[in-house]
Ligand binder design. Structure first.
Ligand code: PHE
Length: 339
C-alpha cells in the first residue's frame, strides 16, 4: 500500500511541477482531490481497511493529501501571480506616445491685417463703423461730389444694381453716411468689402478697403500727415517714411496720394517697389468743404481729413504676396502660412 501511495504522490507532484497554467493545475486538483479523485477514493476505501491498520494507513493517506494540497496551492499562487503580471503587461497603455494631431484653423491674412489696423487706429482715438455693401448712388457718389454723368465716375468701374443702387465701389460711401447722421467731432475708421469690375494680378472684383475720417475744428493737412506717419510706422516698421504727392479726388480738396518707403528693401529699391524705394498705398486729403456742406456740416466751422486704402494691398506689401487672387482662392497651402 505504501508503494502505491508513493507512486500517486510522485505522479501528482510531477504533474503539479509540470503545469504551466492555473487551468492545468485545476485539472490536477480534480484528478486527485476531486469528488472521485484518486486520493478521495482511497480515503473513501478506508472503511474496508482492517481496523488495526487503519491509524497507520490514515496517517499515510493524510500525509499524501497534505503534500498534494500544499504543492497545489503553492504552485497556484505562483502561476496566478505570473498570469496577472502578463495580463497587466498586455493591457499596458503607453501614455507617452504622441497623439494624432488635431487640425486647427488659422485666421485669414486679411482678417489679421484688419484687426491690426483697427488696433492701431483705436489707439489713436478712432471708433470703428461698418456699412452696407449694397449702397445707394447718393452715398457712394452724389454726396461725395460725384454727380451723375461726372467724368470721375470712370475712375471706378461700377457694378450697378439699378440706376440708383450700386455695389459700393468705395468705403468712402460711409463718409457721407456718417457725416449726414453724426455731429462733429468725428473720428472713425471703416473697414469693409467693395466691388469694382476690374480683374488682374493686383485687382480683384471684390476687395477690402479701410476708410478713415476725422472732422473737428482746425483740422489740417498736418494732422493727416501725422496720423498716416504713425499708422505706417506701426503697420510696417519704425523706420518707414511717408510721402504725400498732389492728386485729385472729387471729395477731398486738396487731395494727395500717399507713398511709404518700401518695406521689403527699406527704400533701397527692389522688385516690389520697381526700383524706386517707394510704394503707393493710399488716397487722402482734406474733406472738400462742398461735401461737408452737402452732408449738413458747416464748412465755415469745421474741417476734416479723410483717407482710404486697400487692406489687400497692405497685406500684399507686408507679406510679399505677389497676386491678389491668392487672398480670395482659399487654398489651404497658402492660408496655413499666416499664423
Ligand atoms: N475712395 C478713394 C478710392 O477708393 C480713396 C480715398 C478715400 C481718397 C478717402 C481720398 C479720401 O480710391
Amino acid at each position: 500500500m505504501k508503494e502505491k501511495l508513493d507512486l500517486i504522490k510522485n505522479a501528482a507532484l510531477k504533474k503539479i511541477d509540470d503545469a504551466v497554467s492555473t487551468a492545468e493545475l485545476n485539472d490536477v486538483r480534480v484528478k486527485y482531490l476531486g469528488k472521485s479523485g484518486e486520493i478521495s477514493m482511497i480515503m473513501r476505501d478506508m472503511a474496508n481497511v482492517p481496523k488495526e491498520e487503519r491509524p497507520a494507513m490514515g496517517k499515510l493517506v493524510n500525509e499524501l493529501r497534505f503534500a498534494v494540497e500544499g504543492a497545489l496551492s503553492e504552485k497556484t499562487e505562483f502561476l496566478a501571480r505570473k498570469e496577472e503580471e502578463l495580463r497587466l503587461k498586455e493591457e499596458e497603455i503607453d501614455v507617452t506616445l504622441p497623439v494624432k494631431g488635431r487640425k486647427i484653423g488659422t485666421l485669414h491674412p486679411l482678417t489679421l491685417i484688419k484687426r491690426e489696423l483697427i488696433d492701431i487706429f483705436v489707439g489713436m482715438g478712432f471708433s470703428v463703423d461698418e456699412g452696407p455693401e449694397i449702397e445707394s448712388d447718393l452715398f457712394n457718389f452724389q454726396l461725395l461730389n460725384i454727380p451723375k454723368d461726372h467724368p470721375s465716375r470712370d475712375m471706378q468701374d461700377t457694378f450697378y444694381i439699378n440706376e440708383n443702387v450700386v455695389l459700393r465701389t468705395q468705403t468712402s460711401a460711409m463718409q457721407a453716411r456718417i457725416m449726414t447722421t453724426t455731429k462733429p467731432p468725428i473720428r472713425v475708421v471703416v473697414p469693409g468689402k467693395v466691388y469694382r469690375s476690374d480683374d488682374d494680378a493686383s485687382h480683384s472684383p471684390i476687395f477690402n478697403q479701410f476708410e478713415g475720417l476725422a472732422i473737428d475744428k482746425h483740422i489740417t493737412m498736418g494732422d493727416l500727415q501725422g496720423c498716416l506717419q504713425t499708422f505706417a510706422e506701426k503697420i510696417f516698421s519704425k523706420d518707414t517714411k511717408v510721402r504725400l504727392r498732389p492728386s485729385y479726388f472729387p471729395f477731398t480738396e486738396p487731395s494727395v496720394e500717399v507713398d511709404v518707403t518700401c518695406s521689403m528693401c527699406h527704400g533701397k529699391g527692389c522688385r516690389v517697389c520697381k526700383g524706386t524705394g517707394w510704394v503707393e498705398i493710399l488716397g487722402a486729403g482734406i474733406v472738400n468743404p462742398a461735401v461737408l456742406d452737402m452732408c449738413g456740416i458747416d464748412s465755415k466751422q469745421y474741417s476734416g481729413f479723410a483717407f482710404g486704402f486697400g487692406i489687400d494691398r497692405i497685406a500684399m506689401i507686408k507679406y510679399g504676396i505677389p497676386n491678389i487672387k491668392l487672398l480670395y482662392e482659399n487654398d489651404m497651402r497658402f492660408l496655413k502660412q499666416f499664423n
